[in-house]
Design a protein around this ligand. Structure first.
Ligand SMILES: [Zn+2]
Length: 243
């Protein structure tokens, strides 16, 4: 199974969350959660709650001197926890999930900049089945998941997606570009697909598409570099435990 963690910025309007508006008070709960901000896991059953706890324990792991064993993961985590923004981490199993390990989407963009809402999706079964192979090597040399255990693989993907979140949420102009260029372009594509077919794309729209792709390349390159650091911290700790 080819699983790519690249090009993982998704269309906002396709994201569905766990707070149903039809349930009594569902929207109130969501509003209160988002006023408080921080990292909020969305899990569907006991197994997924256990898996979430395993990931959290790994991120909080300290050595004998009380230093974080995975400092980059810890920094990303703490930034998001204290940012005032809300980050849902959706681990619920979904039928027909696309072949990616994870994704990040800006779900609500706050024009004032203080309270954005983002969603990280982790597709745990895709991560479990991902093949570690030289053909999946990233441009920066990283072979995703090489030498890592099950929970460490989840943490590597979470590190990549948290890096997107921190990058986009800490830069207001970038956040606006993601909404305008990525989400808006994707919506236009879907719309054109439905109505006329893609052959009707004109020069202006082609220019917009290449601008979007350039932005995505920039975002993915940065997240890939952070993922490489996260991987190396996970790999070193893993190797120390094996000795
Ligand atoms: Zn990515």
């Amino acid at each position: 199974m080819k699983v790519s963690s690249r090009m993982c910025i998704l269309l906002t309007s396709l994201m569905m969350l766990g707070f149903s508006g039809t349930e009594a008070g569902g929207q109130d709960v969501q509003k209160r959660v988002e006023e408080a901000g921080g990292i909020i896991p969305l899990t569907g059953n006991r197994r997924e709650r256990q898996q979430w706890q395993e990931i959290v324990d790994l991120i909080r792991l300290e050595d004998e001197e009380g230093r974080p064993v995975h400092p980059t993961l810890k920094r990303l985590w703490e930034w998001l926890e204290g940012s005032g923004h809300t980050i849902y981490i959706d681990m619920r199993k979904r039928r027909g999930a696309i072949n990616v390990a994870g994704s990040f989407a800006l779900r609500k963009f706050d024009p004032k900049g203080g309270r954005h809402v983002g969603v990280i999706r982790l597709n745990l079964s895709n991560i479990d089945q991902a093949i570690v192979a030289d053909r999946n090597r990233l441009r920066n040399g990283l072979i995703p998941f090489e030498g890592l255990g099950r929970v460490e693989r989840y943490a590597e993907v979470l590190g990549h997606e948290m890096s997107h979140a921190v990058h986009i949420l800490s830069d207001h102009a970038l956040g606006r570009s993601v909404i305008d260029l990525v989400d808006r372009t994707n919506e236009m594509l879907l719309d054109r697909n439905r109505k006329r077919g893609l052959e009707s794309i004109g020069t202006d729209f082609r220019a917009r598409l290449s601008e979007r792709d350039e932005l995505l390349r920039r975002l993915e390159s940065r997240a890939g570099d952070v993922e490489k650091i996260v991987w190396s911290e996970l790999h070193q700790a893993h190797a120390r435990r094996e000795r």
